[in-house]
Design a protein around this ligand. Sequence first.
Ligand code: GDP
Ligand code: MG
Length: 289
Amino acid sequence: MKSGFVSIFGKPNAGKSTLLNAIMGEKLAIVSPKVQTTRHRIKGIVTTPEYQIIFSDTPGIIEPKYKLQEKMMHAVQQAQEDTDVAVLLVDINENLEEANTLFSSLRLKAPAIVAINKLDTAKAEKKEAALSFFRGQPYCKEVVGISALKGAQVDDLLKTIVQYMPEGEPFFAEDEMTDLPTRFFVAEMIREKIFYLFKDEIPYHTTVIVREFKEKATLVKIVADIVVQRESQKAILLGEGGKMIKQLGTDARKDIEQFIGQKVFLELFVKVKPKWRDNDFMLKEYGYH
Ligand code: GDP
Ligand code: MG
């Protein structure tokens, strides 16, 4: 039996969440056309008779600008510490030299597999060039070309990962799909809807906290706060006569019901807490530590 921790590293938009979803066959991480939606380490566990892989989808590799981004880089560093195998994910359409510089700067201790993603969007010569470019890099043990979106060659990637994993007993019981609580996924689903419904900076200035999660006889009652920095952002989230928040609530409720397999009564509140992004205390309170 093989068992170990695998981290997926890559720039925002490389396809980390999409890959994890393809692997898990479950909607565990949120996927958005915009960058930086994954703030937490999200883990999924794949267990078969031969192996157990514990995956984490780290936040995108970025230059720290705000305090929040520093925390994200810290999460990237932490992921490094307990990684048995690193998957370095790169979009074939990215600047490969730049990606190479980033991957080198991680100074990985674990064996690294470069996965070149979005091959469905590239011509054969481009694929070949990218594969041989990474094959020559000192940190790179293997190179695999995939399409996370189409689920192509994801099995090959899994097999390659397992090859480099240590022998050991499983860390988690077979029926445990994830070690993160349902509340967290509920908050992420609401956040996902905010990304789809609101433009520009709004999603980056909001956080979602699930305050109440109560299982009743026929449904689950969920109360969540959407925290913003300014009154003007609150007004946008509410919309004319509460139109937007209503839409958000309906969309999120449908996803949550599908996820937990029960009817849901969802209550959303918009709260203003100025400058939560730069406040260390609030970051702790909201779980970014
Ligand atoms: P993350 O920021 O690294 O987690 O990236 P996401 O998983 O959120 O993906 C970013 C965007 O790239 C989304 O619009 C995905 O649908 C898209 N994407 C991911 N993988 C593929 C792929 O294999 N092919 C194509 N064409 N698009 C992809
Ligand atoms: Mg992501």
